[in-house]
Write a protein that binds this ligand. Structure first.
Ligand SMILES: [Zn+2]
Length: 249
C-alpha cells in the first residue's frame, strides 16, 4: 500500500481556473471541463492537438489530421470522468470561496490539482473493478488504455499548458506514476465499504476519502472524510459506470 503523501506532483501550480479560462474561446463557457464536453456544444476538440476541431464527417482533426481511435461511447465516458472530477474537486476544495489571500489561493490550487487527479484515479479504479469478469482481457486492455490516456495526461496538459514543455512532461509522468500507485492501493481493498459496526479501515470508499482529506486538510477528521465520500458518491450515480461497462462489452 502506498500512502497518498508519497505521491508527488511537481512544484506549485499556477491558478488552474484562470489558466483554463484563458483558453476559452467565444461561445465556450468558462467552466472547467466544458471544452471536452463536445456533446453540449456540438463541437469535439482534438484529443491530440487540443486546438483542432474534429470533422464530424470523417472523424479526423482538421488541424493535425489525427483520427481519434476512441469509439464514441468511450470518448463520451472519458468526457464525463473529466467533467465530474472537475465538479467534485471544485466542491471539495471550495473553489467558489474567493475570500482568501493570493498565497492561500495558490496553496488551494495545488491541492485542487491533486484532488482532481485522485478523483480521476478513483473513477478509473472503480470502472476496472466493476468490469471485472464482464470484459474479456482484450476489451479490458484496450478500453482501460483509452480511458487512462484520455484522462490523466490530457487533464495534466490542459491545466499546465502555459508551462515549459519539459515540465509538463514531468508532471504528466508523475501523474501516471501516482496513478499506478493508486491502482495498487485501491486494488488492495477487498471491500467497497463497511457494514454497520464494521471497521472502516481498509475499505475502498473510506480510504479514498481519507486520501483526499489528507490532501486538503492538515488534520482530517471523520466528518471531512464522510463529506468527501458523499460528494463523490453523488457523482457516481451520474457517471453510471455499469451502463458504460455494458456498452463497452
Ligand atoms: Zn488535432
Amino acid at each position: 500500500m502506498v500512502p497518498t503523501k508519497q505521491r508527488q506532483v511537481s512544484a506549485a501550480l499556477r491558478t488552474p481556473k484562470a489558466s483554463l479560462k484563458q483558453r476559452e474561446e467565444p461561445g465556450h463557457q468558462a467552466v472547467p471541463g466544458t471544452r471536452y464536453i463536445g456533446g453540449f456544444l456540438g463541437i469535439k476538440y482534438c484529443p491530440k492537438c487540443h486546438d483542432g476541431v474534429i470533422n464530424t464527417d470523417n472523424g479526423i482533426c482538421i488541424q493535425c489530421g489525427f483520427e481519434p481511435r476512441k469509439t464514441s461511447h468511450i470518448q463520451e465516458y472519458v468526457d464525463k470522468i473529466i467533467a465530474f472530477s472537475f465538479d467534485c474537486a471544485n466542491v471539495i476544495c471550495r473553489m467558489e470561496d474567493n475570500d482568501i489571500s493570493s498565497e492561500g489561493k495558490k496553496t488551494r490550487d495545488e491541492k485542487w490539482f491533486k484532488v482532481l487527479l485522485e478523483i480521476i484515479y478513483f473513477y478509473i479504479h472503480l470502472t476496472d473493478r466493476f468490469a471485472f469478469g464482464l470484459w474479456d482481457e482484450e476489451t479490458r486492455d484496450s478500453v482501460m488504455t483509452d480511458i487512462v490516456e484520455g484522462t490523466i495526461p490530457i487533464v495534466a496538459e490542459q491545466i499546465c499548458q502555459e508551462w515549459p514543455e519539459e515540465m509538463v512532461d514531468k508532471i504528466k509522468q508523475e501523474c501516471m506514476d501516482n496513478f499506478v500507485n493508486a491502482m495498487k492501493e485501491y486494488g488492495s481493498y477487498q471491500k467497497l465499504s463497511a457494514k454497520k459496526d464494521e471497521d472502516l479501515k481498509d475499505t475502498l470508499f473510506w480510504e479514498f476519502g481519507k486520501n483526499v482529506a489528507n490532501l486538503t486538510e492538515e488534520w482530517p477528521n471523520p466528518a471531512s472524510i464522510i463529506r468527501i465520500e458523499g460528494i463523490v458518491t453523488i457523482s457516481l450515480k451520474e457517471l453510471d459506470i455499469n451502463s458504460f461497462i455494458e456498452k463497452a462489452r
